[in-house]
Design a protein around this ligand. Sequence first.
Ligand code: GDP
Ligand code: MG
Length: 298
Amino acid sequence: MSTDTPFKSGFVAIVGGPNVGKSTLLNQIVGQKVAITSDKPQTTRHRILGIAHLPQAQIVFLDTPGIHRATKTLNVRMVETAMKALDDADHVVFMTDACSPDEVSEGFIIDALRHRGLPAICVINKVDLVDKERLLPLIEEWGRAYPFQAIVPISALRGTQVDVLLSEITKGLPEGPQYFPKESITDVPERFVAAEIIREKVFRLTGEEVPHAVAVTVESFKERPGKDLVDIHATIHVERESQKPIIIGKGGKMLSRIGRYAREDIERMAGCKVFLKLWVRVEKNWTRDEKAIRKLGY
Ligand code: GDP
Ligand code: MG
């Protein structure tokens, strides 16, 4: 390793309209299923971390929901989540679909990039579906839309040109440390997604009553052989005895609502039936660091 090539690292947000292939790209890069893909728009509701470990760089990806113009109230939250990912990002991968551009979402994202002055790479995905002659005008068009560092045509599905994209991203990253140890976080599996969904339901349904002292761990995530069904056992950790009844509710009502809403979302993402069993546990010295570590599944 030569000394004049410093190690680089940073947080990269993958943004784009719904269905352009953000999750597919993330899975391709991280090498396993981290964000659940589907041909229905908006399955990715949560920010999911995927990490690329390269010899000279570590790229931490923030997967975001597709950005929409917030016409419906429900979409406002998704836009906010996506914008948050932009705020946390050192660099942006803006993704567009070579065969079906979505002018409304895309204009909105370009505006957001411009507003923040973020460095970005334009990825034209699904090139396996278009003729080469149609690509050139597209590349020119995107070149005019924003001062992108680079415009990289890829096929996320087939993995074509993904290596080129990774080296472009690396070029744009600042010098930085290895944020995550290599061996421990090559996988951010579906159980992490499930834990995030449950945590979100706890916050949403209990509101201000429960502070951010809640963490969720998934003890088991098992597919039943031969059945289109997943059994999930998870624990909601709280810091104080007094928080337990808030989560459980009168006659267990709150916990069963949390369970029901979480199950519905996990089913939608996993595309199969889910049996979800939840426990609540008080853990007094549940520090922030521990929470972060457990959340990432160490
Ligand atoms: P997201 O909403 O941006 O996360 O999009 P997904 O990753 O869920 O992909 C949406 C759909 O497009 C899925 O059916 C993918 O299989 C498909 N897809 C993604 N990338 C490609 C690609 O490079 N080529 C083709 N043909 N299909 C792709
Ligand atoms: Mg997705």
